[in-house]
Design a protein around this ligand. Sequence first.
Ligand code: SF4
Ligand code: SF4
Length: 183
Amino acid sequence: MQKVLKEASLHTAQFQKASQMGCPSGCSLCCLKKDIFASPLEFLPFAYHLYKADKADAFYDELELRPDNTICGIFTPLSLDGWGCTEYEYRGLICRLFGYSTTSDKMHQKRMVTCKTLKETTAYQQVKPVQLIQAPSFQDYYMQLAAIDFQLANESLPINQAIKRAIELVSTYYSYRGNKKPA
Ligand code: SF4
Ligand code: SF4
């Protein structure tokens, strides 16, 4: 899963460079959406990171206290460094692809999955069809998830539930199977 996440980030960065598209500094408006869905697989590396740091239970409990239709629990609205993702290195696949990836419509035409802010930029308006072919494809990346675990890949959950499920999976694996805690 870590390999897929890294590949998605690199692919997005390559497309950004080629298209000259880029988010305004400190934007993060897409993280404020209350309808982000993800597969638990996308957050297994984050859950593993929490588990190794003995923070999995505490973070799980924090998420439990949140209402279902709220913003991502990893987002901080206010900190000394500003607002944004507090675990950027461990963000999900959706977070890495959104804004700079494509999906194919019924006519097999590629369309960008992006936001209003980016659509208003000159760079977006000048993206050529040939460049779209090189952009990360949502379908391709989610097929890679399905190849890792078909069932989990198809669990599309509100983002906080996906994170909780990932924590449950990691904690269960280490707690009940007698597996040693990772170093
Ligand atoms: S994808 Fe859009 S909403 Fe998200 S950070 Fe970039 S410009 Fe802002
Ligand atoms: S994991 Fe980070 S990038 Fe993804 S929605 Fe949450 S705060 Fe935003």
